[in-house]
Design a protein around this ligand. Structure first.
Ligand SMILES: C[S@@+](CC[C@H](N)C(=O)[O-])C[C@H]1O[C@@H](n2cnc3c(N)ncnc32)[C@H](O)[C@@H]1O
Length: 311
């Protein structure tokens, strides 16, 4: 790990490559197997789906004994503290409570476990042990969207939808050209982005509009055929139509991709198989490809691309 000022902690979800992709998109750091990444900024951690916490590093050491010595020697405010431990692989080889007590013993101030003013974390990374102060937590605001009034059997859950929008963190507007009940539109709108939704089924347009209204979000949702869409945006983020018809419907999906490449420079497309070839022939350059294993036998493929046509 390089010597940078902060570290982030992401959820540890096996077989979900979006965890690392989201962390990289929001912070520039890549989490190790324990979800720990050295980063230079934590400004965007608050919007994280899998990214949970940003920690300002105070001490780093190769062994726990050294870490305790370094913490004892460092000067920083600690009144009303609490010490958490992130050591999912048990690298330190001690009970969490023991670890927390060993650190607490060298801090000059009194703890306050229930309402801490300073929340410290001991982090056992793959290469080194770290001690720092948690300066930001993800607000988990996406969670409430799982209680939206309308959803369908193909609706994405809010956490996944948030992570997809987080793959394009610096855009101001997002278009979902196949919005269904609007899981992605909700996340974009809740982040304060200009959110556009299109679906060719009137019922879906109604569901997305009502879902947005339920949470008091603004959004622009219209009925339309996205093979011939006209609404542009900084990025397209969408879960493409699929199901039993995917093989027979290849031409529809490819037409949506071709049109999309003229409407937004950046794109995140979810599909049940690798459609990199279709994206390339539709006018995109691939930037990333991440798989998410939902359950045995079902994998989502998340394609991140930039258009050669739209700017
Ligand atoms: C996988 S679903 C999207 C689910 C959505 N992300 C959600 O969470 O509810 C794909 C949607 O694409 C829509 N669709 C299919 N072909 C379309 C087209 N040519 N233009 C616009 N929408 C289309 C379908 O009606 C369906 O609602």
């Amino acid at each position: 790990m390089s010597d940078s000022a902060f570290v982030t902690i992401s959820a540890r979800l096996a077989r979900n490559e979006l965890v690392a992709a989201e962390a990289f998109a929001l912070t520039g750091g890549r989490p190790d197997g324990d979800g720990v990444a050295r980063v230079t900024t934590v400004d965007r951690v608050v919007r994280g789906a899998y990214l949970r916490r940003g920690v300002r590093v105070i001490a780093a050491a190769a062994s726990f004994a050294e870490l305790v010595d370094d913490v004892a020697a460092a000067e920083f405010p600690s009144d009303g503290f609490r010490v958490d431990v992130h050591d999912p692989s048990s690298r330190i080889g001690r009970d969490r409570l023991d670890i927390a007590i060993a650190i607490a013993d060298v801090l000059p101030a009194a703890p306050n476990l229930k309402r801490p003013r300073h929340r410290f974390v001991v982090i056992a990374g793959a290469d080194e042990l770290l001690f720092g102060e948690a300066v930001v937590e993800a607000d988990s605001s996406y969670l409430r969207h799982d209680a939206k009034p309308w959803c369908t059997s193909s609706s994405l859950d809010a956490r996944l939808s948030r992570a997809l929008v987080n793959l394009v963190p610096d855009v101001r507007s997002v278009l979902d050209p196949c919005c269904g009940a609007g899981s992605i539109v909700l996340e974009a709108a809740s982040l304060g982005l200009v959110a556009y939704g299109v679906d060719w089924k009137p019922a879906m347009v109604g569901m997305t509009r009502e879902n947005l209204a339920h949470f008091g979000y603004d959004g622009h949702v219209v009925r339309g055929d996205s093979r011939a869409g006209e609404q542009g945006a900084d990025a397209i983020v969408t879960d493409l139509p699929y199901g039993h018809a995917i093989q027979t419907d290849e031409s529809t999906v490819r037409a949506i991709l071709e049109r999309g490449a003229t409407l937004a420079h950046r794109a995140v497309y979810v599909a049940p198989h690798d459609i990199s070839g279709w994206l390339e022939s539709a006018g995109y350059d691939m930037v990333g490809l991440h798989t998410v294993n939902k359950r045995a036998g079902f994998t989502r493929w998340v394609h991140v691309a930039v258009s050669r046509h739209a700017h």
